[in-house]
Design a binder for this molecule. Structure first.
Ligand code: ZN
Length: 332
């Protein structure tokens, strides 16, 4: 089963409402955002304020979530999973991003259904379905979509994409046609196709998917260890060698380096570079004592001149030497 850096869900069993709420908060945090769970705790809807760190930038997320379980019984298809909307009926509220979620422990993915269609549903115990193949595809490629018999779209996605899904759920489900299902299912192949050129990106879900996909490939290639110091601990991120904003930057694995959060931040700030010979080089100006105040020169100096401690086994995943030269140029 797919591994999750940075978080581990409770054991393989159904979660209690409190556990589910805590797990959802945890998954929202995995997207790098500040998350505040609003009271009352453990009662649907779970409500979260998620922020991007800026005072003005925060969103309210309203979550109705259940465990997704196998339908069971001879009347149900063998590959059908579902949530049973017990306890509280989903209700959309203006100004809040409302989502209906199912969490599948075996597949390690969420499924999301259109909150509008099921709004104020009158049936005594309605259930919403998702097929196993949609969840399996989401588990391996990050996100996948399917169409239910009733015509609406169900989207399955990995926990790292939860925040992006919540912020885009309304748009995703607003047009439940074949085109939008294809758009979601083709996200992974479009990322492959865009290597070498960065198309104009309009949708935050696509941005989030690309960021997850790049970081995931880079982390896997380096065995989830920092290329500079070797730290693992689930705190490893994917750093771009040629910075994203630099002309010609790509999301190829060979334009990435796995780094712990500290080295990633220092690398992105240009405090050190990596030479085409895979050597860590602290900026000459900093070495000469022209360091910004508050900089821990001892910590930085301890890696100056060392060779990268971890490299991908697969040669095609190893840092591209031309990209490293451009990366040094960009950080001068
Ligand atoms: Zn490190």
């Amino acid at each position: 089963m797919a591994s999750l850096e940075g978080a581990t869900p409770p054991g393989s069993r159904l979660m209690t409402p409190r556990e589910l709420e805590a797990w959802i908060a945890n998954c929202l945090r995995m997207s790098g955002r500040a998350v505040l769970a609003l009271p009352p705790v453990g009662t649907k809807p779970y409500r979260f304020v998620i922020g991007d760190g800026a005072a003005a930038g925060s969103d309210l997320i309203r979550v109705y979530a259940w465990n997704a379980t196998h339908g069971g019984g001879p009347a149900r298809a063998a590959d059908e999973f579902r949530i049973q909307l017990t306890g509280s009926m989903p209700e959309s509220v203006d100004g809040e991003n409302t989502v209906i979620l199912g969490w599948s422990e075996p597949f390690q993915v969420f499924a999301g259904w259109d909150p509008e269609i099921h709004d104020q549903r009158l049936s005594a115990s309605p259930s919403l379905q998702v097929r196993a193949d949609v969840m399996i595809r989401a588990s391996s490629q990050g996100i996948a979509a399917g169409t239910r018999a009733s015509g609406d779209v169900v989207v399955a996605f990995r926990p790292e994409l939860l925040a992006a899904y919540c912020l885009n759920a309304e748009a995703i489900h607003a047009n439940p046609d074949a085109a939008s299902v294809d758009w979601l299912n083709e996200l992974p192949s479009r990322v492959e196709a865009s290597v070498g050129q960065r198309p104009t990106i309009q949708r935050t879900l696509e941005v989030a998917y690309r960021a997850w996909d790049f970081a995931h490939r880079v982390r896997v290639a380096y065995g989830a260890r920092c290329a500079v110091c070797g730290l693992g601990l689930g705190l490893v991120e994917g750093a771009h060698i040629v910075p994203v904003a630099w002309p010609g930057s790509t999301d190829e694995t060979k334009n990435g380096l796995a780094m712990c959060r500290n080295h990633h931040a220092a690398y992105d700030r240009g405090l050190f570079t990596i030479s085409p010979d895979y050597e860590v080089q602290v900026q000459p100006a900093i070495r000469d004592g022209h360091a910004p105040s508050g900089l821990d020169l001892e910590w930085l100096g301890s890696v100056d001149g060392i060779a990268l401690s971890h490299l991908p086994e697969l040669q095609s995943d190893q840092p591209d030497r031309e990209y490293l030269a451009v990366g040094q140029e960009a950080r001068r």
